[in-house]
Design a binder for this molecule. Structure first.
Ligand code: BGC
Length: 594
């Protein structure tokens, strides 16, 4: 459950009991404007919650440290916190600035976060104080004295005092997204802004909003490490953004260059081949240089999220009959490549590894899910750091499966005597959406031995399914009628994956959106193609080629998409290339609307 309130104090200031010190004012008095507002957001479950607290300074600039105080209304007990030093005494909480954020400019803000347990109700605090001044939402004139003061000391007991997770002396936090800003890739922003400008009007304004959201940077070939801005250039820019934001920046990088890449399709085939020494090259020419850059101490205050090899291990589960996948499997190239990447990257304390785990429409059946959990468990257990080499899993990377199917919440619900999951569209797959799929994966991974601290991510960049065709309810007397009228996933088949017509931008990137989920993220930058629509003579210099699933006129095959049309947009360029028509359509069909 997610809730959000904006506290603009005033009403219950009297409820605050300041217990650290009292200042008695005598003598030389000076005027200063003080003022603040606080935005307090929580993500809550039965017995606990995380909170993001943003304090906005509306008064004079603060240069030498600050303290934010509030009282809980119940038995909330903070267990973990970040981006401030928190002490709790009974209901009273004092959050002090971290060393790296002593200043708060006029109009500036700082976000801090914590995790807490509670029982009963979890009402929000009703008032806050910044450096002793109630946060009433506007500047107030206060009088202070610098000459004579007497101080009384309270008998408060304090709890934790560090700004890191307890037990993580290297600074590796439980959830890298909490309390952090997302990296804005200037190259992507420029592309979006240019299209927004040439489009103009309401649509142009909506387009521009996309650029305010963090997208991942794909290392989709060896050359990408140095081409253009290059990985170092992005990290330097992330450092700059971090300094400007005054809080940690999450930089998301996609590790995507295994030999025989995209082995069951053609659109995103890569440069390395198993048969041509690809695994050794992957290690030496790709993973090693990336790890060397990410491990540069200069970048150690960034939070670097590595998305590990989309679609690779899932292809070993379901597509081992295809020759390139069979080779990737029998040679051990995928498994060893992923383990090598995890070993190198997990040695860097500020890197957070998330393994790609396909999506519910791919692995949802137990016949796929059981062996998948087994394979992932074996792969991760076989790394140097074992289960701690990963921080979690990411689903729906570059796919279109919704987070929720709001009109079809229960796959076992019956219509005409049949369960909804028996409908043609779901083919007895019991997971209709990524929220249910991710929650179940978390449960199974923990049962298999992973620590319960692992977190799930969902790529929500293109799974919004808004616009005029979004159903608001379901009706019908057969399961097929009911499902087809109610599903927001408007694809012709869940196996369709290339440049889907009618898809929209989904949930905005967001930290800790539900229990066991670390974030909603945008891994696929909206508007970058999934694959070229028309036939090409052969692979381009990066290995990309035409896959019939990207041809709007192609009727797929039984295994790929039940023999339906592909639903792909016409006119698409190669995978990864900017595709303005798709971007426009994604913006028009965004949900929530932009
Ligand atoms: C492509 C990559 C590209 C990525 C992000 C993938 O489908 O193969 O080259 O970087 O999408 O757009």
């Amino acid at each position: 459950m997610r809730s959000r309130i904006l506290v603009r104090g005033g009403s219950a200031v009297a409820a605050l009991t300041l217990c650290t010190s009292a200042l008695v004012l005598v003598g030389n008095q000076a005027s200063a404007a003080a003022g603040c507002s606080v935005d307090y957001q929580t993500n809550q479950w039965d017995t606990g919650f995380t909170a993001n607290v943003t304090v906005n300074n509306l008064g004079d600039a603060i240069s030498n440290g600050w303290t934010l105080e509030w009282d809980f209304s119940g038995n909330q007990q903070i267990t973990n916190h970040w981006n401030s030093t928190i002490t709790q005494s009974g209901r009273h909480v004092t959050a002090k600035n971290p060393d790296w954020a002593k200043g708060l400019a006029t109009g500036g803000s700082h976000s801090l976060g914590f995790q807490a347990s509670y029982s009963g109700t979890n009402d929000k605090p009703t008032s806050f104080k910044l450096n002793g001044t109630a946060c009433t939402g506007g500047p107030v004139q206060t009088t202070t004295s610098t000459s004579t003061s007497t101080t009384t000391t309270s008998t408060s007991t304090t709890t934790t005092t560090t700004t890191q997770d307890p037990g993580n002396p290297d600074g590796h936090v439980a959830n890298p997204y909490v309390g952090a800003a997302g990296y804005l890739n200037p190259d992507y922003v420029a592309q979006v802004d240019a299209l927004a400008t040439s489009t103009g009007g309401t649509l142009g304004t909506a387009m521009r909003k996309v650029a305010q959201n963090s997208t991942a940077v794909w290392m989709d070939r060896i050359g990408a490490i140095t081409a253009g801005r290059g990985l170092r250039g992005h990290l330097d820019e992330a450092l700059r953004q971090q300094a400007a934001a005054g809080r940690p920046v999450v930089f998301q990088v996609v590790v995507y260059d295994l030999p025989n890449r995209d082995c069951a399709a053609l659109a995103s085939n890569g440069e390395l081949q198993v048969s041509q020494n690809g695994l050794a090259r992957y290690k030496a020419e790709y993973v090693d240089p990336i790890a060397a850059i990410l491990g540069d101490p200069k970048y150690r205050d960034l939070r670097i999220v590595a998305i590990i090899e989309p679609d690779s291990l899932p292809n070993l589960i379901t597509n081992a009959a295809k020759p390139k996948c069979a080779e990737a499997k029998s040679s051990g190239a995928y498994v060893q490549g992923v383990q090598y990447a995890l070993n190198k990257l997990s040695a860097i304390p500020n890197v957070y590894n998330y393994l790609d785990i396909a999506h519910s429409g791919w692995l949802g059946w137990d016949s796929n899910l059981v062996p998948a959990v087994q394979l992932y468990t074996d792969v991760v257990r076989g790394t140097t750091k074992g289960f701690t080499s990963v921080d979690g899993f990411v689903s729906n990377t570059a796919n279109y499966t919704p987070v929720d199917e709001p009109n079809l919440p229960d796959p076992t619900q019956t219509v005409g005597g049949q369960p909804l999951k028996s409908a043609k569209f779901y083919q007895w797959n019991p997971y209709f959406d990524e929220a249910d799929f991710g929650a179940e994966l978390h449960r199974r991974f923990v049962a298999a031995g992973f620590p319960s601290s692992i977190g799930m991510l969902i790529d929500t960049s293109r799974n919004g399914w808004g616009g005029a065709n979004r159903p608001t309810g379901a009706t019908g007397s057969t399961v097929d009628e009911y499902v087809n009228s109610g599903r927001i996933d408007r694809r012709l088949h869940r196996g369709n994956w290339c440049n889907q017509t009618g898809a929209g931008i989904g949930a905005r990137p967001q930290a800790a959106p539900r229990p066991n989920f670390d974030a909603y993220v945008w891994i696929k930058p909206p508007g970058e193609s999934d694959g070229i629509a028309t036939k090409t003579d052969g692979p381009n210099e990066e290995g990309k080629q035409h896959d019939p699933m990207c041809d709007p006129a192609f009727r797929g095959d039984e295994q790929a998409n039940g023999g339906n049309l592909t639903g792909a947009m016409p006119g698409a360029p190669h995978a990864g290339v900017w595709f303005p028509a798709q971007f426009k359509s994604l913006v028009e069909n965004a949900y929530p609307a932009l």
